[in-house]
Design a protein around this ligand. Structure first.
Ligand code: FAD
Length: 356
């Protein structure tokens, strides 16, 4: 169909765009990726949990099914990336320990367990007296929890680094410019930045929660809205040999992902806001809940906060939409974009093959 059918433009260099660029380049496409700040969107704020079971929510069985597949896809992608780059990407299958802080929080854990059971997801009750190690650092008032084996985590910073290195090796051209306009050329697509126009056979838009570039905005069927989230980075408390900790603390949910060496990601806030700001109250709530749940964090060092805008679609499900046969738009990954990146990239690449 196109005069240059095997060339692709990827707009957006978060985990979705970067993984898609990788998939396309591996499949032999000539890829140009546009992003003024690659890797500094929501993907930068993410904790990196690959936690299909802990993310179970009522009515989201399809989401659970997809995420379970995504975990396998990440393992396969990590193996591939190791061959391309020589770098190993750690995927730590620590599982998740879910606990409730007070009596009503424990009821939330019971409700979670009921939904997990209805999804046939593995979970088992654990007691502090028996599984002493799993409760390391957790407040003594928490006596029991639910262990979700099979959940994992990776470090998004490391994953982005390895993916970007692979893309460089495979010849992906990165243009550090914002795409202002995306259009349909005579036999393909084109994008305009402040520096000029670039053309290719097909285009992929992976701009997360950002609005689509002009030219596509009014042609797309889906809609995304930003949901602001913050993670807090701490150092000096190591639970990396134990399951990732998730909890309800006075009705609010909290997680603590611990990496070897004592680097911890504490998360996460969630606000229907589009502005990247750290609200003092939200930061205080997150730290207060964490300190009550894990008193040992008292001596940890505060490193930084990171904020990002989760891309939420109307039904909270991710999508891959083809716009007028030449542009592929993928977004709506909401709380699960890191987890779903390899599956989304494969789906986008398969569509690109069909369109070429
Ligand atoms: C606090 C927090 C914690 C999270 N934790 C997890 C987790 O543990 N596990 C998980 O699976 N998911 C998690 N998520 C969700 C996950 O981060 C997102 O779903 C995912 O990062 C979305 O990836 P993306 O590539 O679509 O978007 P982004 O990472 O936001 O990337 C979009 C990119 O597009 C670029 N861009 C935008 N407009 C343009 C334009 N016009 N031209 C060029 N470039 C443009 C931006 O600069 C940006 O780099 C978390 C999110 C947040 C906020």
């Amino acid at each position: 169909m196109s005069s240059r059918p095997r060339s692709a433009l990827v707009v957006g260099g978060g985990v979705i765009g970067t993984t898609t660029a990788y998939r396309l380049a591996r499949a032999g496409w000539r890829v140009t990726l546009f992003d003024p700040t690659p890797g500094r969107g929501a993907s930068w704020a993410a904790a990196g949990m690959l936690a299909p079971i802990a993310e179970i929510a009522p009515g989201e069985k399809e989401n659970f099914r997809q995420q379970r597949g995504a975990l396998t896809a990440w393992r396969e992608l990590a193996d591939e990336l190791a061959v391309v780059t020589g770098d190993a990407l750690t995927i730590a299958a620590t599982g998740t320990l879910l606990v409730g802080f007070d009596a009503s929080d424990r009821r939330l854990v019971d409700q979670f367990e009921e939904v997990a059971t209805s999804f046939a997801a593995p979970s088992r009750r654990v007691q502090r007296e028996v599984d002493v190690d799993a409760f390391q650092g957790v407040s003594p008032r928490v006596r029991e929890g639910v262990l979700l084996e099979g959940d994992a985590w990776l470090d998004p910073d490391e994953a982005m680094c390895v993916l970007q290195k692979a893309n460089e090796i495979l010849g992906v051209e990165v243009v550090a410019e914002r795409v202002l306009d995306a259009a349909f050329g005579e036999s393909g697509v084109e994008v305009r930045t402040s520096e000029g126009t670039t053309r290719a056979g097909i285009g992929v838009v992976a701009t997360g929660a950002a609005s689509l570039p002009a030219g596509l905005r009014h042609r797309a069927v889906h809609h995304v809205r930003p949901v602001r989230g913050m993670t807090v980075r701490l150092e000096g408390f190591d639970r990396s040999n134990q399951p990732t900790l998730r909890a309800f603390v006075r009705g609010r949910s909290l997680y603590l992902v611990s990496r070897p060496g004592g680097y911890c990601v504490l998360g996460a806030s969630s606000d229907e806001q589009a502005e990247l700001a750290v609200e003092v109250g939200e930061l205080q709530r997150l730290l207060r809940d964490a300190l009550e749940l894990v008193p040992a964090l008292e001596c940890a060092t505060f490193r930084e906060t990171r904020q990002g805008l989760r891309p939420a679609s109307d039904d909270l499900a991710p999508f891959v939409e083809v716009i007028d046969q030449r542009w592929i738009w993928t977004s709506g990954h909401y709380r699960h974009g890191v987890t779903l990146a390899p599956l989304t990239a494969t789906a986008a690449c398969e569509l690109a093959e069909k369109m070429s």
